[in-house]
Design a protein around this ligand. Structure first.
Ligand code: AMP
Ligand code: MG
Length: 325
């Protein structure tokens, strides 16, 4: 073996140890932050009331907002939720991946009632990120995991974002680099025959509609409770956002999109110079944080197209721009 294969092997051993330590911490009731392809998650044993309570405390999250349970397999998901025909079709197409399904909760499920906020439904996701998958498999329990940030603020897409906000509260923080998708999962409720889009996210509505061969109903108020991602103000930076900006006003920073950008010499980030929506999604939260860190006060945001991942990007921007309490 030469030097570099030694190094590779050492890294593999370290990663395996980190994952088994994190799984042990989870089973012990501790909190673990881990990478997924969407954003970093703040995980706790979903069957442990105390661990679930700590998740709400650490995030400062309202208790009426149920969490998403993360599982290693469809079999594990089906032990906790009832999958109808549409749910199974979606699971086959998008699990593992950036889709969360809200389905009827099985009465015999050991998931904490706090985690589902007392609802008779449960949100289940199987992430695709290899580290998340290895962790969930090793943990054996379902893992309740909202985004690893303070409630209402911008979601973390790097381990550094997590460390800055909640690092002290964690038993383990697994660094998996930057998140590939960078937006939260798409949430679809499959409670009856007509699936409902509860939150746009990392999988575009069009992709889902293609698989089920019909339009998704728009959720929100029709399904209770509304997702916290549906709270008017969420994903909010400190700065005020001005959407659909064609020009930049004095004192504003610029969050640009595409190749043609208005004249501006202050702080600027471009979501995607090429005008590509997946790239813009992956950059959205990190760019909002970066502009926020410059203490700009106001951010002018250029228009982003509304199709594909643009639906979720515009959803997050709208909530980030909403008046705060
Ligand atoms: P977050 O963990 O911040 O990504 O948010 C999880 C989202 O899933 C929130 O918008 C929750 O309201 C939503 N959610 C979780 N469980 C349910 C459920 N049983 N019914 C409807 N929405 C849910
Ligand atoms: Mg969140």
């Amino acid at each position: 073996m030469n030097n570099s294969t030694d190094q590779l092997e050492a890294r593999r051993v370290a990663r395996r140890k980190m994952i088994s330590d994190a799984a042990a911490a989870l089973r012990d009731g501790g909190l673990v932050a881990f990478p997924t392809e969407t954003v970093y998650g703040l995980g706790g044993d979903a069957t442990n009331d105390l661990a679930v309570t700590r998740i709400f405390e650490v995030k400062g999250r309202p208790r009426f907002n149920p969490l998403i349970m993360h599982v290693a397999s469809l079999e594990q998901a089906r032990a906790h939720g009832v999958f109808n025909r549409v749910a199974l079709k979606l699971a086959e197409a998008f699990m593992p991946g950036a889709l969360t399904l809200v389905v009827p909760r099985r009465p015999e499920s050991a998931i904490s009632l706090l985690a589902t906020a007392g609802l008779d439904t449960v949100a289940l996701r199987m992430p695709a990120h290899p580290t998340a998958r290895a962790l969930l498999k090793a943990a054996t329990v379902p893992v309740a995991a909202p985004s690893a940030n303070k409630s209402g603020s911008v979601s973390p897409t790097t381990a550094l974002h997590v460390a800055e906000q909640i690092g002290k509260e964690l038993a383990v923080l697994i660094d998996g680099g930057a998140c590939r998708i960078g937006l939260e999962s798409t949430i679809v409720a499959c409670v009856d025959d007509a699936p409902v889009l509860l939150r746009p996210g990392g999988i575009a509505r069009e992709e889902i509609e293609r698989v089920i061969g019909r339009r998704l109903r728009d959720g929100g108020s029709s399904v209770k409770p509304s997702a916290p991602g549906q709270l008017a103000s969420h994903y909010a930076p400190n700065a005020i956002l001005r959407l659909d900006a064609q020009t930049v006003e004095p004192g504003e920073a610029l969050l640009a999109f595409g190749p043609k950008i208005p004249e501006h010499d202050g702080p600027m980030r471009n979501l995607s110079p090429a005008g590509e929506l997946p790239e813009a999604a992956a950059n959205l939260f990190a760019h909002l944080r970066a502009l926020d860190a410059e203490d700009v006060g106001r951010i002018a945001v250029m228009p982003v197209p509304a199709f594909g991942l643009g639906e979720a990007i515009n959803d997050r921007l709208k909530r980030a721009a909403a008046p705060r309490e």
